[in-house]
Ligand binder design. Structure first.
Ligand SMILES: Nc1ncnc2c1ncn2[C@@H]1O[C@H](COP(=O)(O)OP(=O)(O)OP(=O)(O)O)[C@@H](O)[C@H]1O
Ligand SMILES: [Mg+2]
Length: 264
């Protein structure tokens, strides 16, 4: 009988994560534990350290101190491309698309470095490398369909309106079929209608069992989508729990939410 792999209680763990920029602690002694399949929100005022946390987890920046575990493996300081191969993908607050490439080409580029093709096989255009190319194209088109932008496949990225660029960035991050996706402000700059559609897309990605960590300032969105939330202020975690729990916390109200009431 083949023993089943034990399911870990947490897909991602951050322990004592700290990052200094000169004398400034952008992230300070942060502990987080995200469960598989969870949609976890990271919120807090401007400059609280949210994007830096994503940079530290995704290997864009090394931490000054602390550890990052993904699927139980220590990935602290591992480069982004190796993490993408292990199933951890992200989007950026300032989008990182290949502006002169088409939508489909951007998604295909998102799979490179993840799907391994022997360079010699590719050079000689062997049947195997041809088959992989066809499969990747097929998968990329399915992904565009899944996200509702298949009709834009031949548009050049730079000509897309912001809302479509944000969806494309998500498609690129999903191209390698990640186990976990880090989304940094995917709703910023979107219209009310686009926000509604984007919420639907994120819910669909999540139904596909992808664990998601979301940084977002739109509190309504965070309230509707997230299972649990951590609140950062000056690089440290000041609260954690469901939206109903953290939104009652006096320190969170003072530092971020203000006195506005958010009905559950
Ligand atoms: N490369 C850097 N060099 C120096 N300081 C930095 C650098 N990156 C971020 N900081 C500082 O670290 C702190 C945290 O920044 P970070 O971008 O992580 O905040 P944030 O929570 O994502 O803010 P926002 O909501 O505005 O996106 C800020 O004080 C910022 O000025
Ligand atoms: Mg940020």
């Amino acid at each position: 009988m083949i023993a089943e792999a034990p399911t870990l209680p947490h897909i991602l763990e951050v322990q004592g994560l700290t990052r200094y920029f000169g004398g400034l602690a952008a992230v300070s002694d942060l502990d987080l534990a995200i469960r598989p399949g969870e949609l976890f929100g990271l919120i807090g005022p401007n400059g609280a350290g949210k994007t830096t946390v994503f940079h530290l987890i995704s290997g864009v920046l090394p931490p000054t101190k602390g550890k990052v575990l993904f699927g139980g493996m220590d990935i602290t300081g591992a480069p982004s491309h190796s993490l993408a191969r292990q199933g951890l993908a992200r989007t950026f607050q300032i989008m990182a698309l290949f502006q002169s490439f088409t939508v489909l080409e951007n998604v295909l580029l998102g799979t490179y470095g993840i799907v391994r093709v022997n360079p010699l096989a590719a050079l000689f255009n062997t049947p195997r490398s041809q088959r992989i190319e066809v499969e990747q194209r097929e998968r990329a088109l399915q992904l565009l369909q899944f996200l509702g932008i298949e009709r834009l496949r031949d548009e050049v990225a730079r000509n897309l309106p912001l809302g479509h660029q944000r969806i494309l960035e998500m498609a690129v991050a999903l191209a390698g079929s990640p186990k976990m996706l880090l989304l940094d402000e995917p709703f910023s700059g979107l219209s009310v209608e686009e926000i509604r559609e984007m919420m639907g897309r994120i819910a669909k990605i999540r139904e596909g069992k992808t664990t998601i960590m979301l940084v977002e300032h739109n509190i309504r969105v965070v309230m509707d989508l997230c299972d649990r939330i951590a609140v950062l202020n000056f690089g440290g975690k000041i609260a954690e729990g469901t939206f109903a729990q953290v939104s009652q916390d006096p320190e969170v109200i003072k530092a971020y939410l203000g006195t506005k009431r958010y009905a559950a």
